[in-house]
Ligand binder design. Structure first.
Ligand SMILES: Cc1ncc(COP(=O)(O)O)c(C=O)c1O
Length: 395
């Protein structure tokens, strides 16, 4: 059956899965090997340049990793994918394969704290400059544009402000000026948003989050056209060596089989939770793209399908102390960084994920001390609401 015509959930289950050749095992086995044995025929083919189906060494290829990559590529509607040891490895490799010393990047206003540190510290040492723009419209992009600009970097939903950036407008600008566009699709996953379908050139993920979904894997992936991915794999990837373990790939492969089911529950729970928060007297503001009150609700509706994701941010009435009171009084939701797990996770951006950013810069990014970010899990939503109701009453 042509896998291109299969529906998303069917691809999530079947893509990248090949029953084992020798045993018939349905679930792809995990290949724990660092090297591979050549036969004289294989070596002859290899030397003649025909490397199809030939594995040589685990730093460049592993069959379990290949299956994981194949499944993600199918779900993103991409030609190819490359798994890495973490989301940060995917982001840094994907950018550094294309942007070099002396080049310039335009970035959306707010990015994950690790990406912000990469842009403002590591890239500074490599003489790569980054300009953050408040909105991805023609006017702001034109103002930020320089002769050495190479790329526009965007997160699909900004973290933790939950702003929805105008990616179609950024893509139109990039096409006009021959810039590359790259989207971190971690918050939305291909179940809600497939950036390549609207003309984005490359996608990166922290697979640590929804892609694996069970909180027991650290990984990343770069998704794009075959030439772009092969250029990374045979170049910077091979030499820097940020490979994921076969076990991480196997877990990711298994996690992806239920991506559509998990995302439906995350979206339903987040929507109900956000609606409830919005009517709570101790809450100053609830920020969720699914709410009518969200400033980019209409844009989110036009860009995303199947829902608005599992991430909700809100500010409590008061300041740091009140936010900490709520967090400290939660009984079920865990006080922890990361997101996209089955369990509800709560973090305080100003002191955790974005704690290393100077306070005035944090405020410019829209991250006040009274903001709480919730990764809404797949528990029964009534229990999530009861937990927050009790904690908010403690203010
Ligand atoms: C949106 C986003 N991108 C990238 C990363 C980095 O991923 P990892 O922790 O897997 O390196 C994170 C981590 O929280 C994230 O939230």
């Amino acid at each position: 059956m042509d896998s291109k015509i299969l529906k998303f959930g069917t691809k999530a289950v079947h893509a990248g899965q090949h029953p084992d050749h020798d045993t018939g095992a349905l679930v792809s086995p995990m290949f724990l090997t660092s090297t591979y044995v050549f036969t004289p025929e294989k070596m002859e083919r290899y030397l003649a340049g025909d490397k199809r189906g030939i594995f040589t060494y685990g730093r460049s290829r592993n069959p379990t990793q290949n299956s994981f990559q194949e499944k993600i590529a199918a779900l993103e509607g991409a030609e190819s994918a490359l798994a890495t040891g973490s989301g940060m490895a995917a982001i840094s490799l994907a950018i550094m394969s294309f942007v070099h010393s002396g080049d310039h990047i335009i970035s959306c206003n707010t990015v994950y704290g690790g990406t912000y540190a990469l842009f403002t510290k590591i890239f500074k040492d490599f003489k790569i400059e980054v300009t953050f723009v408040n909105e991805l419209n023609e006017e702001e992009l034109a103002k930020a544009m320089r002769p050495n600009t190479k790329m526009i970097y965007i997160e699909s939903i900004l973290n933790p402000t939950m702003e929805v950036p105008n990616i179609p407008e950024a893509v139109a600008f990039a096409k006009k000026h021959k810039l590359m566009t790259m989207v971190d699709n971690t918050f939305t996953t291909p179940y809600l948003f497939r950036p390549l379908e609207i003309g984005v050139d490359a996608v990166v993920h922290s697979t640590t989050k929804y892609i694996n979904g069970h909180g027991d894997h650290i990984g990343g992936v770069i998704v794009g056209n075959a030439d772009f991915i092969e250029n990374i794999r045979s170049g910077i990837y091979q030499e820097l060596g940020p490979v994921p373990s076969p076990f991480a790939c196997w877990l990711g492969l298994r996690g992806l089989k239920t991506l559509h089911l998990r995302m439906r529950q995350h979206c339903d729970n987040a929507m109900a939770f956000a609606e409830w928060l919005e009517s709570n007297p101790s809450v100053e503001k609830t920020i969720y793209p699914g709410l009518q009150s969200h400033p980019q609700h209409k844009l989110a509706e036009s860009m995303f399908r199947n829902g608005f994701g599992g991430m909700v941010s809100f500010t409590v009435k008061g300041g740091l102390r009140e936010a900490q009171t709520v967090i400290n009084n939660l009984k079920m939701a865990h006080y922890a960084v990361s997101l996209g797990d089955l369990d509800t996770l709560v973090e305080h951006p100003a002191t955790m994920t974005h704690g290393k950013i100077a306070p005035e810069e944090r405020l410019r990014m829209g991250i006040p001390d009274n903001m709480i970010r919730v990764s809404v899990g797949v528990e029964e939503v009534e229990d999530i609401i009861a937990d927050f109701d009790n904690a908010l009453k403690k203010i």
